[in-house]
Design a binder for this molecule. Structure first.
Ligand SMILES: [Fe+2]
Ligand SMILES: [Fe+2]
Ligand SMILES: [Fe+2]
Length: 441
């Protein structure tokens, strides 16, 4: 049987029928843990890590927490701390020496000891992504324990890092997340599963007392001496196993929109867009979907897809996305991967097959000149056209580095010019019915 994964490699074999829940007509009942397991692959993209880094860290963290006897809420805190530890890699660059990190006790002295350039850039990236990630955890409603674990995942266990107060030992959840991150990186660096299976326990013990808590290192080393740990770590269905834990509880309709709205804000922030842009496009897409006579439940799915449409841009370097000049062919190719990245990530979420397919098609054109699949006419889903049209309208009516925002009337005139080529004219009629009347302000 063909695999969805093929579609990343060859746009020529794009096949909607692989998304077997395309006829889904309502929002899935999905837990915070399940959806974050899938979305964490986007954080890996932003960090440039091998896909599945955050998921493997979550596996190690939960295994260690269970080894230590943690249950219930604390186990879930470890899980979310691990999945989100690097979500801050989607941070907007700032100057750390004048930023909030520098205000912490002892931080200024340590920063002053770092030479300008080189290490300073490294420290800046580390400290900023910890702070930014902790804020994302708070905004997702995952609690202060998770936020603190994310904030301090690069600190030393005894409280000697930039994010900590000296002498203040990290809480247990934070120490477990830090161990899991270091251990996964160590395993990844070793390469061969057989070699790391043999050397792993010793390497973990050697990290104890320096970077990681010596007591946790010893327990982790004991865990790494067992075959079951390694069988789980290298399991091809690791993501499915993590999703099936269903940590964080199943979300209702509004909770799901809020949760994904935060993710949309993360993507907007990283790409230098004004806050709320993604939410605004999603609200508009939902209204246009209703104007296209879609049932309310289908329009809800369109809103979900619109909130996540640019998730894949986390795999495109920020300087390329914000370049105020014509892109090179190579840069254009990188940008054009973003629908494919997002489609592959979302297609892993149970019940989001249809939004995954639409997101993957939101830059297709009815004249067959779009990307990534060069679909034509009715092959381009109406839902994808709605999302693409709303994004285009919002972009035209927003300021950009190279031009001022257009009026709504001028923007819809541009859309009319694309009718029959970029979009089906019937979709444009529904758009005007939902948004109009268009008059020059
Ligand atoms: Fe990190
Ligand atoms: Fe990491
Ligand atoms: Fe896009």
């Amino acid at each position: 049987m063909a695999s969805k994964a093929i579609q990343t490699v060859r746009a020529g074999v794009l096949d909607a029928s692989l998304y077997d829940d395309l006829s889904t007509s309502a929002l899935p009942r999905i837990s915070r843990g399940a959806i974050l397991t899938a979305l964490s692959r986007a954080f890996d993209l932003a960090e440039g890590r091998r896909p599945g880094h955050a998921q493997r860290v979550a596996y190690v963290g939960v295994a260690l927490a269970e080894e230590l006897g943690l249950t219930g809420t604390r186990l879930e805190e470890v899980f979310f701390g691990c999945l989100l530890h690097d979500v801050g890699m989607a941070a907007t660059p700032q100057v750390v020496r004048d930023g909030p990190v520098a205000q912490r006790p002892g931080a200024r002295d340590r920063l002053a000891a770092v030479p300008q350039g080189g290490w300073a850039d490294v420290i800046e990236a580390l400290t900023l992504h910890c702070d930014h990630g902790a804020n994302v955890a708070r905004r997702l409603g995952l609690g202060e324990s998770v936020a603190r674990a994310v904030a301090s995942h690069h600190d030393c266990w005894d409280g000697s890092g930039l994010g900590a107060t000296p002498g203040d030992k990290q809480p247990l959840v934070a120490r477990i997340v830090a161990v899991a991150d270091r251990v996964e990186s160590m395993i990844d660096a070793e390469g061969s599963p057989l070699i790391v299976r043999r050397r792993g326990p010793r390497l973990v013990r050697e990290m104890g007392g320096t970077e990681i808590d010596p007591e946790l290192a010893e327990r982790m080393a004991m865990l790494a001496a067992r075959d079951e740990f390694w069988l789980g770590f290298y399991d091809n269905d690791l993501a499915t196993g993590l999703m099936s834990l269903n940590y964080g509880g199943v979300m209702g309709r509004e909770e799901l929109f809020d949760f994904l709205g935060v993710m949309s804000d993360v993507v907007d922030g990283r790409n230098g867009r004004e806050p709320g842009r993604g939410r605004r496009v999603a609200e508009l897409a939902q209204r246009v979907a209703l104007a296209c006579d879609m049932p309310e439940r289908r329009a809800d799915l369109v809103k979900v897809a619109a909130l996540l449409q640019d998730l894949g841009t986390l795999g495109v370097p920020a300087h390329v996305l914000s370049k105020p000049d014509i892109l090179t062919i190579e840069e254009m190719g990188t940008v054009q991967m973003h629908p494919t990245y997002a489609r592959d990530i979302l297609s892993e979420v149970p019940g989001l097959g249809a939004p995954a397919w639409w997101v993957g098609c939101h830059h297709e054109r009815v004249d067959g000149k779009g990307y990534p699949g060069m679909l034509e006419g009715d092959e381009v889903p109406v839902e994808a056209q709605v999302i693409g049209m709303c994004e285009a309208f919002d972009a035209l009516t927003s300021d950009r580095p190279y031009r001022k925002a257009m009026s709504r009337a001028d923007a819809v005139e541009v859309l009319r010019g694309l009718s029959g080529t970029r979009f089906d004219e019937r979709v444009l009629e529904s758009f005007e019915a939902a948004e109009g009347p268009f008059t020059t302000p």
